[in-house]
Design a protein around this ligand. Structure first.
Ligand SMILES: *Cc1c(COP(=O)(O)O)cnc(C)c1O
Length: 371
């Protein structure tokens, strides 16, 4: 069966043959065979290497565990909040986009008190306002317990520089949650400064949707143990010891784990530096081609653009362009989300699709469609 479509979407991304083939192999029974746990532990070790590949190439941080949950990326967002937030927990939700904003709803659902600190969606998060807000809260005797934020706001193609913000949160002993779903494995993520850092299988890792990855610090595990929670499937607590005790709270998703294992093998074989450079090259070529076509990219400053996805400002034409790209050129793109649905056309160049030739083919087609 041949499928010639090019899916330049910001997740799910193309799943390479090696990943699909590994998923089709027989798998050990995850409830009774210890071979399964050996593989799970090897996978989380490899994921630790990917998580630890921050800008300075810091070695893997020992007081941090990676766990893999069975469920799409949203499960990780909900599990982090469900496990860290209880009645009255004060949570600072930093937002410059759709996912950042969405965290506040989870917080409220789990009994927490969400305070959203927002900037316009074409900008990125800055440390100074966060520092001011933390100081004010401390002065008022109502400090924050937890803060949430997003590394790459996929719907608007922005990448936040989180390190200075994470330093400020750390000074105030606030437990940080970072959604790095669309950046992990495509660009360095500052995991060493994050308490709960979330990823997912279907973005830069190029495995199918179905798994969430979480890097959890000791400080976060301590808070998780102390929080009164009201969920089973989304509770992170049993995962702290699951791999060692060889007992998962539910039957794990064996085929998905095998696929993620193959995907991670590919990344490590290529080398993370090469993987990150490949994303940078694809992204900068995409922005160059967009500029040649007279299209503006969504974040105001080029420096704020993500290396994993480009959001093009197309003013009310996104659905028409998306449809023409699909029907006339076999190329799948996505529009914006929410109020910006028809004003943004997004080209995903993440994971397997972070290749200049695929960007060229996409932008050649877009050029033809625009004419
Ligand atoms: C894709 C993505 C998720 C996962 O959830 P969806 O079901 O695809 O919405 C979470 N956060 C970010 C930033 C993402 O890009």
């Amino acid at each position: 069966m041949s499928d010639e479509r090019l899916r330049m979407t910001p997740g799910p991304t193309e799943v390479p043959a090696a990943v699909r083939e590994r998923m089709a192999e027989p798998q050990p029974n995850p409830d009774v065979e210890s071979a399964f746990f050996d593989r799970y532990r090897a996978l989380t070790d490899d994921l630790e290497t990917i998580y630890a590949a921050d800008a300075d190439g810091d070695p893997s941080d020992a007081d941090r565990d990676v766990v893999v949950l069975g469920g799409e990326g949203i499960l990780g967002l909900e599990a982090a909040v469900a496990s860290l937030v209880e009645d009255g927990t004060r949570v600072l939700c930093l937002s410059n986009g759709r996912y950042g904003e969405g965290f506040a709803d989870f917080v409220t659902d789990y009994g927490g008190e969400a305070v959203t600190l927002e900037v316009p969606w074409q900008e990125t998060l800055e440390a100074d306002p966060v520092r001011d807000r933390l100081e004010r809260a401390a002065d008022e005797g109502e400090p924050f317990d937890v803060a949430t934020m997003v590394h790459c706001e996929t719907p608007t193609g922005t990448l936040n520089d989180l390190e200075p913000i994470l330093d400020a949160l750390d000074e105030h002993e606030v437990v940080s949650v970072v959604d790095a779903v669309s950046s992990l494995g495509g660009t360095p993520v500052p995991t060493g400064k994050v308490d709960v850092c979330l990823g997912a299988s279907q973005k830069c890792l190029s495995a199918p949707p179905g798994l969430t990855t979480c890097a959890v610090s000791d400080r976060a595990w301590e808070r998780i143990a102390s929080v009164e929670n009201r969920t089973y499937y989304a509770d992170l607590e049993p995962w702290r010891t699951a791999a060692d005790e060889e007992w998962f709270p539910y039957t794990h998703l064996t085929a998905n784990l095998a696929g993620l294992e193959a995907a991670v093998d590919r990344l490590l074989e290529e080398g993370l530096d090469s993987v990150f450079e490949r994303h940078e090259r694809a992204a900068s070529r995409c922005r160059e081609r967009a500029a040649d076509l007279g299209l503006e990219t969504y974040p105001e400053r080029e420096a704020d653009a993500s290396p994993t996805v480009t959001a093009l400002a197309v003013d009310g034409r996104a659905s028409d362009l998306q449809q023409a790209m699909h029907e006339d050129h076999g190329i799948v793109l996505t529009t914006g989300l929410g109020d910006l649905e028809d004003d943004i056309l997004r080209v995903g160049h993440m994971g397997e699709n972070a290749r200049v030739d695929r960007v060229e083919r996409t932008m050649d087609a877009l050029e033809a469609v625009l004419e």
